[in-house]
Design a protein around this ligand. Structure first.
Ligand code: Q46
Ligand code: ZN
Length: 335
């Protein structure tokens, strides 16, 4: 479609609203029919996706309870986290949205930059990692964000967490999971997570069928502030090249991404899900709670607590061997 600026903005909002309501991502408040009111937490990163998401949600649902959460990850290169934090806060202030911050260093003792320092210390000193290994920064970062956002949302009675994942991100993950044959990850890919797992606040992705290009255009035409720089660790992410390849395919086969995601949801997803639920005893509805933090898990201890503990032990090892101080004085949560 060839649309003028105004019609482009309204068209995108209309499509997002239609998607939210058709797929019941949220139940918009209607005092005539229901007393139930959603409480939506928007996960803000200062980047274009979450900034656009917050603007679109406020525009299409001015009467909903919407609040924003920024997770301070401590990525200092080029003041990335500081700038992102300020952009997210300014946007919430401008839109009259309550703004919250969770600082991971304060909560867990170290941040994403500290993990990078730790890896370098281990590498320089040629220390053995035993049976373990260090993962990429984005893997730790994603884990911290997911955990911290869910914990905050659960403890503050939010009914949904909305994230800015877009069509391009989701298609890239789909292809990546397919290449890796990660059946479990494929089966879990969705625009809304399960609502019936105790202590897991449902996560929704209202921009699931909105491409990165459209989001960039929306931000540009609506004058939405966002952090223009990229996180320094983004270059480590394996998905970047895959994303470029997809963009190239989309260039000569317009509509590839959207039709891939629609078909995946309609055809492949139900088959994958049935298969996984039959084959796996680790069902998402297993209702196990972590013996350390009390949040849902597939085994006795959740992946977050296990990773946190093993990182803390490595930090202590580095601190003791080199007489350094990296960790905040926080007691480990369980051993
Ligand atoms: S912030 Fe975190 Fe991203 Fe940086 S470390 Fe990776 S995941 S690239 S969206
Ligand atoms: Zn745990």
């Amino acid at each position: 479609m060839y649309l003028c600026k105004e019609h482009f903005l309204r068209n995108l909002e209309k499509r997002v609203k239609r998607f939210i309501e058709k797929k019941h991502l949220i139940y918009p408040w209607n005092p005539k029919y229901s007393r139930f009111r959603e409480k939506i937490l928007v996960a803000l990163s200062g980047g274009k996706d979450s900034q656009v998401l917050l603007h679109v949600l406020k525009r299409i649902y001015p009467d909903e309870y919407i609040e924003g959460l920024y997770v301070e990850l401590g990525i200092s290169h080029g003041e990335y986290s500081k700038d992102s934090h300020e952009v997210a806060k300014r946007t919430c202030d401008k839109l009259g949205v309550p703004f919250h911050v969770v600082e991971i260093k304060k909560e867990y003792g170290f941040n994403i930059d500290d993990i990078q320092k730790l890896k370098e210390i281990f590498r320089k000193n040629d220390w053995s990692l035993g049976r373990g290994h260090f993962r990429g920064q984005c893997s730790y970062c994603g884990m911290f964000k997911r955990y911290a956002i869910n914990k905050f949302a659960y403890e503050n009675d939010f009914t949904n967490v909305a994230t800015g994942h877009n069509l391009t991100d989701e298609t890239t993950s789909l292809i990546n999971n397919f290449f890796n044959q990660s059946q479990m990850f494929l089966a879990r890919m969705d625009y809304k997570s399960d609502a019936d797992v105790d202590k897991l606040v449902p996560r929704i992705k209202p921009l699931y069928y909105t491409s990165e290009e459209e989001i960039m255009m929306y931000a540009f035409y609506d004058g939405i502030e966002h952090v223009p720089t990229e996180c320094v660790y983004a270059a480590q992410a394996n998905n970047l090249k895959l994303k470029d390849a997809l963009a190239e395919i989309e260039g000569y086969r317009i509509g590839t991404m959207i039709s891939l995601m629609r078909r995946f949801q309609k055809v492949m997803k139900p088959i994958m899900r049935d298969y996984i639920e039959r084959e796996s005893h680790l069902s998402e509805r297993s209702n196990l709670l972590c013996d350390t933090c009390g949040f849902p898990t597939f085994s006795d201890r959740c992946n977050f607590c296990r990773t946190l503990n093993s990182l803390k032990n490595r930090f202590r090892q580095a601190e003791n061997a080199l007489d350094l101080k990296i960790l905040e004085d926080i007691e480990p949560e369980g051993n």
